[in-house]
Design a binder for this molecule. Structure first.
Ligand code: NAP
Length: 293
């Protein structure tokens, strides 16, 4: 078994981005600027946004955080999105999800200018990705592809099973793994909560990508000997032994599955760290106008 070590790979990618930013700025380019909108005070969202901002600082981007109360109206949020769309200094921005229930996530996502949609959630970017056109690929699938590339994992002709069909992970992942490219050229099965015989389907996976949000759901009996196992899950589980009062669990029972797998991502220290790299890469592309001129 080999570890797909998100910590090592993400730190390598960050130093590459940092060097590219320095080169870009030395040639007269503008310092990349990522803005984030955070609504409410959800603990996990706070942690994610803080870590995105910290990463921006590490690699030489400007970052701005716009905070709103949990009871902010949809109209106020749409105004904030519009002002970031029109701010020439902001290259890209994200609206941290989830939003409070009274705000339509779809409406907010669709209000973002696709050229600044560095999370890759706007229907224009999703559509362009499906057609194989230049697009911002959403950060988590992007990070997973990068892990497969850096480990040199063969994907062509393999059976890839994706558990979960969410708009931000499972669905784009399944599209990317079937495209005629590397990584890709897989035969993909996408599964969800209504899938029958999930265990049997998973047992035939050469590459198993797990994103359902149920801690340690996937055990060794779901996994074929030698499979590549990518665990996207991040769930906070109460843990009195931790100062924070919780620990982070993936969707895969790591100790059970690791001995059977050829490659596996740990949680924490796996896909989560790669997701931030996807966002930073997209922001640099936005600053360089590589996707939309
Ligand atoms: P989501 O929107 O809740 O989607 C979960 C998907 O899993 C749904 O498609 C659901 O099916 C499916 N599912 C639920 N129970 C199932 C079961 N028993 N068998 C088969 N499929 C089942 O979740 P998400 O946003 O994709 O996130 C999934 C996990 O990844 C969460 O733990 C989240 O925190 C984590 N995550 C991590 C990162 C990262 O950077 N590492 C990024 C995003 C998300 P239905 O469609 O039928 O409901």
């Amino acid at each position: 078994m080999q570890l797909l070590d998100g910590k090592a790979i993400s730190s390598q990618i960050k130093s590459e981005i940092k060097a590219e930013v320095e080169q870009w700025m030395a040639a007269g380019g503008k310092k990349p600027h990522l803005a984030a909108i955070l609504v409410g005070q959800d603990g996990a969202s706070e942690t994610y946004v803080a870590s995105k901002i910290r990463s921006c600082e590490e690699i030489g981007f400007t970052s701005t955080l716009l905070r709103f109360d949990a009871n902010t109206t949809e109209a106020t949020l749409l105004e904030a999105v519009e002002s970031l769309n029109n701010d020439p200094d902001v290259d890209g921005f994200i609206v941290q999800l989830p939003l409070p229930a009274h705000i339509s996530e779809n409406k907010v996502m669709e209000a973002v200018n696709p050229a600044k949609d560095v999370d890759g959630f706007h229907p224009v970017n999703v559509g362009r990705m499906c057609k194989g056109l230049p697009a911002y690929i959403s950060a988590t699938p992007f990070g997973i592809l990068e892990m497969l590339i850096r480990a040199g994992i063969e994907t062509s002709g393999k059976h890839c099973v994706v558990i979960g069909r969410s708009q931000i992970v499972g669905l784009p992942m399944s599209i990317l793994m079937q495209r005629n490219a590397y990584p890709g050229n897989c035969t993909v099965t996408i599964t969800h909560s209504k899938t029958q015989n999930l265990k049997e389907i998973c047992q035939s996976a050469d590459i198993l990508i797990v994103a359902l949000g149920r801690p340690e759901f996937v055990t060794a009996e779901y996994v074929k000997e030698g499979a590549v196992v990518v665990d996207v899950g991040i769930t906070r589980v109460a843990d009195a032994t931790k100062k924070s009062g919780f620990s982070i669990r993936g969707d895969v029972n790591f100790n059970d599955v690791a001995p059977k797998s050829s490659y596996i991502t740990p949680v924490p220290g796996g896909v989560g760290l790669m997701t931030i790299c996807g966002l930073l890469t997209n922001t640099l592309k936005a600053a360089k106008r590589e996707i939309y001129s």
